[in-house]
Design a protein around this ligand. Structure first.
Ligand code: NAD
Length: 419
């Protein structure tokens, strides 16, 4: 593959993947594409790069970074938001990391983040939510939270099938719904916007499969399907039913349902078995706070996953901390949960932890667990020592306020001390 405006680093090797299983084959000096992103992406991107380099080196490896462009940086170079170079390089090199990209509300272009996930079929958005010592939290026992949220990325209301009030298209859809489908008393008269919420067996099963695989590999106790099936029977309840189907039909005695847990095991699951349960989304939002420790891996359609993973993120320290990644078959794009926070752009001020810990997920996906653990431990030790960026500094007593780049240097220093 040749690229218009980006260079493939000469000193690294390609990551490849098994055509059947998608399992990655990772050299010790992989080429990894990186998009710094818009706004504070220019601060947190280089900071994370520094830390990931240090963790790779400390464990006898190296990363050959390949800079890619999207959003503002792409408009400057290519005069477009998401050039083919960027999409094709992530496709070819398989594992990449990105900072945030700005999406204007209402008008303008659609989200570049959503476009990237769709083009690369990154169907699972994964957000590990765990507490690091020393990080201030609004709840009294943040350490009770250790969850991994799997949010479906390609369908539900995020599929983007909607029509604007007042257009010919929306009136056509209204007519079809009222006259052909018989919902003649349901939509109010006058201007209306209409959206469609597709949830498919294929989309649900591959997401739930991914969550169960993760739970088994990581020795987790349960996978909870979070849905609003009491109201939306053919979409959200279907998600629940297909989720149970994939669990019971494909995983044999590696899983049991919550009903079986009580009927056959009196509430005490056999060792190593993953319990599959389901919760209604609004109840789940309460349980995040009231019964935090009972939840482990969550699998959700897109919108539930959006709300739930932000709420869970708040309990462990908020946007400056919360990491994420988008996974497809044999493809990984790590990215922090936060956006481009334009008012802090270029000030060397914000917290790069979320981007650094997104890099940690990326390292785990490479199979570099020792490097991934080193990143986590170094971040935790740095924060516990009270050396933090402004967002955490204003919430703790004492401590030292560092710039983004200084904080990254402190984490690198700690990596050297720990290794
Ligand atoms: P945001 O996450 O950019 O910022 C909201 C607030 O959170 C900031 O003002 C800041 O106080 C705090 N914050 C965020 N990141 C922080 C960090 N690393 N350290 C310290 N504080 C931090 O959310 P927004 O203002 O709703 O969105 C801004 C833009 O980002 C929008 O265009 C939105 O579409 C986009 N966005 C992109 C992504 C992505 O790229 N995946 C995700 C969310 C939002």
């Amino acid at each position: 593959m040749s690229y218009e405006q980006v260079e493939v680093p000469a000193d690294g090797e390609r990551i490849t993947a098994d055509a059947e299983t998608g399992e990655l084959d990772v050299p010790s000096n992989p080429i990894i594409p990186i998009i710094h992103g818009d706004g504070i992406g220019t601060d947190v991107g280089p900071a994370a790069q520094k830390v990931l380099d240090a963790a790779a080196e400390a464990t006898g490896r190296s990363i050959s970074w390949m800079r890619l462009y999207a959003g503002e940086s792409a408009r400057e170079r290519y005069d477009e938001n998401l050039p083919d170079d960027t999409v094709e390089a992530i496709r070819e090199f398989r594992v990449a990391i990105k900072g945030p990209l700005t999406t204007p509300v209402g008008s303008g272009f659609r989200s570049l983040n959503v476009a990237l996930r769709k083009k690369l079929d990154l169907y699972a958005n994964v957000r590990p939510t765990y507490h690091l010592d020393g990080v201030p939290s609004p709840v009294t026992s943040p350490e009770k939270m250790d969850m991994v949220n799997f949010r479906e990325n390609t369908e539900d209301v995020y599929a983007g099938i909607e029509w604007e009030a007042g257009t010919d298209e929306v009136e056509k859809v209204r007519e079809f719904i009222e006259e052909e489908m018989g919902f003649d008393e349901t939509i109010h008269d006058g201007p209306v916007g209409i959206g469609i919420k597709p949830i498919s067996e294929f989309g649900t099963k591959r997401l739930v499969r991914r969550a169960i695989d993760y739970a088994i590999e990581d020795g987790r106790d349960s996978v909870t399907l979070v849905h609003k099936g009491n109201i939306m029977k053919f979409t959200e309840a279907a998600f629940r039913d297909w989720g149970y189907e994939v669990a019971t039909e494909e995983y044999g005695d590696e899983v049991i349902t919550e009903d079986e847990l009580w009927e056959e095991y009196d509430g005490d699951a056999p060792d190593g078995v993953v319990v599959i349960k389901d919760r209604i989304a609004d109840n789940m939002l309460q349980q995040l706070l009231t019964r935090t420790e009972q939840y482990d891996v969550l699998a959700m359609p897109n919108l539930n996953g959006d709300y739930l993973s932000d709420a869970a993120g708040a309990q462990i320290g908020g946007l400056g901390i919360a990491p994420g990644a988008n996974l497809g078959d044999g493809r990984v794009l790590a990215e922090p949960v936060h956006g481009s926070a334009p008012k802090y752009a270029g000030e060397d001020k914000v917290n790069p932890t979320a981007m650094i810990l997104s890099g940690r997920i990326m390292l785990e996906q490479l199979g570099w667990d020792d490097a991934a653990d080193l990143v986590r431990d170094a971040v935790e030790e740095t924060i516990s020592a009270g050396t933090v960026t402004y967002d955490l500094h204003r919430q703790i007593e004492g401590g030292t306020k560092l710039a983004t780049s200084e904080y990254a240097d402190a984490v690198v220093e700690t990596i050297h001390d720990l290794s």
